[in-house]
Write a protein that binds this ligand. Structure first.
Ligand code: PRP
Ligand code: HPA
Length: 176
C-alpha cells in the first residue's frame, strides 16, 4: 500500500488552462471525496506542526481553501483557529492588506482579536503559487504582533518561486 503522502498526491488532479489559458490548475478537492485519505492529509499536517512548531498557539487559515484544513488541524492540535478573509466579510475591528495573485489582485483582512501580541502562529493554505497571498497573510499577522513561526501549504508550485516572497519558515507537503 502506498504511503500516506503518496495516497494524497495520487488524488490531486491537474486541469490545463483553468481558470485562464496558460494556468495548470491543481485541484485538491478529490482528496475530500475519500475520507481515509483526507484523514491522512490532516494527520500529516498536524504531525509536521507538532515537530516543527511544538509550541504553536494559533492556526491561521487563509480564505478559502485554508479553511478546509485549518480548523480540523487546530482541533486535533488542541489550539485556536482564526481566519484571514477577503475584505468586507469580517465584523469588528480588522486590519487589511492588498496583494497580487497569479491571476488578479485581492484584499485580505483579519480581526484584531484573532491573536495576542507575541503568540506563536502557523499560517495554513492549500497552495503556494506566486507567494503573494502568503506574503500578505504574514504582513497581517506581524501587524498584530504575532510570531509567524511557520507558513504551511499542502501544494507548492515550484516554478513560480513563491517561496522567495515568504520571509518566514516555510514547508510544503507536495510540490510540482
Ligand atoms: C489560491 C490558493 C491560494 C492562492 C495562492 O486562492 O488557494 O490561497 O491562490 O496564490 P499565490 O501564491 O499566487 O498568491 P484564490 O486566491 O484563488 O482564492 P480562493 O481560494 O478563495 O478561490
Ligand atoms: N490550484 C489551485 N489554486 C491555485 C492554483 C492552482 O494551481 N494556482 C493559484 N491558485
Amino acid at each position: 500500500m502506498a504511503d500516506r503522502l503518496d495516497q494524497v498526491k495520487s488524488l490531486i488532479s491537474s486541469h490545463p488552462d483553468f481558470p485562464k489559458p496558460g494556468i495548470l490548475f491543481r485541484d485538491i478537492f478529490p482528496v475530500f471525496r475519500n475520507p481515509k485519505v483526507f484523514r491522512h492529509l490532516i494527520d500529516l499536517l498536524c504531525e509536521h506542526v507538532k515537530t516543527a512548531v511544538p509550541k504553536a498557539e494559533v492556526i491561521i487559515g487563509l480564505e478559502s481553501r485554508g479553511f478546509l484544513f485549518g480548523p480540523m488541524m487546530a482541533e486535533q492540535l488542541g489550539i485556536a483557529f482564526a481566519p484571514v478573509r477577503k475584505a468586507g466579510k469580517l465584523p469588528g475591528k480588522c486590519r487589511s492588506v492588498s496583494y497580487s495573485l497569479e491571476y488578479g489582485t485581492d484584499k485580505f483582512e483579519i480581526q484584531d482579536e484573532s491573536v495576542k501580541p507575541g503568540q506563536s502562529v502557523v499560517i495554513v493554505d492549500d497552495l503556494l503559487a506566486t507567494g503573494g497571498t502568503m506574503k500578505a497573510a504574514v504582513e497581517l499577522l506581524e501587524g498584530l504582533g504575532a510570531k509567524v513561526d511557520e507558513c504551511l501549504v499542502v501544494i507548492e508550485l515550484k516554478d513560480l518561486n513563491g517561496k522567495a516572497k515568504v520571509t518566514k519558515p516555510f514547508h510544503s507537503l507536495i510540490h510540482y
